[in-house]
Design a protein around this ligand. Structure first.
Ligand code: DX5
Ligand code: ZN
Length: 209
């Protein structure tokens, strides 16, 4: 499977957001957008109005780290999301939330925190386009990769899951390559890309170039 690179704008300069997005666009496949509500995670980032302002030709990969994500799916679809990923731990009705995303004809995603067993996803695999494995506690960029993510990725591929498996948190050239070996198809990276002197090189190194 061809590796897709998804820069996380959490590590970008929000005051120049579209310039920052443009700086990585040619070397990336998706733009990863972290939405946090200060409840599900102890940090607050951006919401619908900012997502609506992102100008890019790439698909918007919206990672909702918010409680009751069901209540906001329609708003994020209207704001331009191409994938919406909800957290398993945050949904009142997981299947209902996934069906709601599916109804809008965009990519259906689910994410699990490091402490959540990947096996909980088994009943939903047929509904999913994307599974986002968190390799750090969600909430902040710049944390250390947790290698427990690798077993989760392997398990999903062993189940015959053919959709996208994305990994998020502490991804760099080295941890990214371990994830790809395990079966990941999307690498989300914040600090590694936006903190790099040469962002093109950082993106290419994630592809193993
Ligand atoms: C963390 C976010 C990540 C974050 C990753 O909760 O979901 O997308 O930006 O940042 P890095 O790549 O710096 O670990
Ligand atoms: Zn994320």
């Amino acid at each position: 499977m061809k590796i897709k690179v998804a820069p996380s704008i959490l590590s970008a300069d929000f005051g120049r957001l579209n310039e920052e997005v443009a700086s990585v666009e040619s070397y990336s496949d998706l733009i990863h957008v972290d939405v946090m509500d200060g409840h599900f995670v102890s940090n607050i980032t951006i919401g619908v109005p900012v997502v609506r302002c992102i100008e890019t030709g790439l698909p918007l990969d919206v990672h909702l780290m918010i409680d009751s994500p069901e209540d906001y799916i329609e708003d994020f679809v209207k704001a331009g999301a191409d994938y919406i990923t909800v957290h398993f731990e945050a949904c009142k009705d997981v299947k209902g939330a996934l069906k709601m995303i599916q109804k809008y004809g965009i990519g259906v995603g689910i994410s699990i925190k490091p402490g959540t067993k990947v096996q909980v996803l088994k009943p939903y695999l047929h509904l999913l386009d994307l599974i986002l494995i968190m390799s750090v506690e969600p909430g902040f960029g710049g944390q250390k990769f947790m290698s427990s993510a690798l077993e989760k990725i392997k398990w999903l591929r062993e189940q015959g899951f053919k959709g996208e498996i994305s990994v998020d948190g502490g991804i760099n050239g080295e941890t990214g390559s371990a994830c790809v070996k395990a079966g990941a198809s999307i690498l989300v990276a914040g600090n590694y890309i936006f903190g790099a002197k040469n962002r093109q090189k950082a993106c290419e190194s994630l592809r193993g170039k």
